[in-house]
Design a protein. Structure first.
Ligand SMILES: CCCCCCC/C=C/C(=O)SCCNC(=O)CCNC(=O)[C@H](O)C(C)(C)COP(=O)(O)OP(=O)(O)OC[C@H]1O[C@@H](n2cnc3c(N)ncnc32)[C@H](O)[C@@H]1OP(=O)(O)O
Length: 280
């Protein structure tokens, strides 16, 4: 049996939390044999990306980057949900300072994941709408379990995916298909996602998905790591630079948009619908 070590065993504040991981909403396990790190999101109930989960994701990605892991596999501890995307509660009736920190942290996570020098793959073991799809498409390879859905459904919520969400999507799909899917806010079934190329493979269990991701990451074993990382970064440099250049504007644009009464009303109705569905 492979020995794995759990990174981040130091508590964030004080010895009383020594038993928990430093990044409480994510865990990182490094396979000693392959050097591949598995980064697991574990925020109940649906891995909604709130400020704290985003901070933990950023910390974990940085940790994996600095530990010179051979690869990063992103997955979820939830059996049916990879990530429900951005936590809508962060955007509904937002608190002024927190929403700024929230969006800034999302930018940080995208810059680190999309721009990671470590090869990345997503084991999509559940539904992956919007921000979940952003995380998955920021990785270099995707393996998904059957009977789930993935896509950028923002227009269905009456909101607009920013340019950098589109960049990740466009790094996977041809422009014509990406544009149509985004305009429709289309969610793809696993089978449809495979057919269109939004995912690379399917797997019948999370373990198999992780194995297939590891096999993909293993294809780089004999490639010079620096040459590989620089090549990847050259492909992604323009997208990354664009957000770096426009970070402040992007934040202000988001704040302006999200605070529009019509947008708030739409989010409220959407949330209400989610809650009603959950109660059934
Ligand atoms: C310039 C401006 C730019 C603005 C851009 C903003 C870009 C936005 C990106 C986003 O990511 S927006 C979020 C989009 N996400 C969704 O639309 C997903 C919605 N959720 C679902 O479809 C389903 O919940 C699910 C993920 C398929 C899971 O279904 P399941 O049946 O397993 O669980 P539920 O009973 O539906 O949910 C349980 C529980 O969780 C709450 N919840 C679900 N998703 C979210 C969410 N994204 N944020 C906050 N809360 C969420 C749901 O309401 C239930 O809550 P309770 O009723 O139990 O309290």
């Amino acid at each position: 049996m492979l020995r794995t070590k759990v990174l981040s065993l130091v508590a964030r504040s004080g010895p009383s939390r020594l038993m928990s991981t430093a990044t409480k909403l994510t865990t990182v396990e490094v396979n000693d044999k392959t050097g591949i790190a598995t980064l697991t999101m574990c925020r109940a109930p649906v891995n909604g990306l709130n400020l704290e989960l985003l901070k933990d994701l950023k910390t974990s990605i940085d940790e994996i980057e600095s530990n010179k892991s051979r690869g990063l596999i992103l997955t979820s501890s939830n059996a049916t949900i990879f990530s429900a995307g951005l936590d809508i509660m962060e955007m509904y009736n937002p608190e002024k300072e927190r929403i700024r920190a929230f969006w800034t942290q999302l930018q940080e996570v995208w810059l680190s994941l999309y721009g990671s020098s470590v090869p990345t793959a997503a084991a999509i073991n559940g539904h992956s709408p919007a921000g979940g799809c952003l995380l998955a498409t920021s990785c270099e390879y995707r393996v998904m379990l059957p009977k789930f859905t993935i896509g950028l459904n923002e227009t269905q919520l009456g909101i607009v995916a920013p340019k950098w969400f589109m960049s990740s999507f466009l790094s996977v799909l041809p422009q014509r298909q990406a544009e149509r899917a985004l305009n429709q806010g289309r969610m793809f079934s696993t089978e449809e996602a495979l057919q269109i190329g939004l995912i690379d493979e399917t797997a019948t269990s999370k373990e198999e998905a992780v194995e297939k991701c590891a096999a993909f990451l293993g294809t780089f074993a004999r490639v010079n790591p620096l040459a590989r990382a620089l090549t990847k970064q050259q492909f992604r440099a323009a997208d990354l630079q664009q957000l770096e250049n426009e970070r402040k504007d992007d934040l202000e644009k988001f704040l302006f948009f999200i605070n529009q009464p019509a947008v708030q009303k739409g989010l409220g109705i959407y949330l209400e619908g989610l809650k009603k569905k959950a109660k059934k």
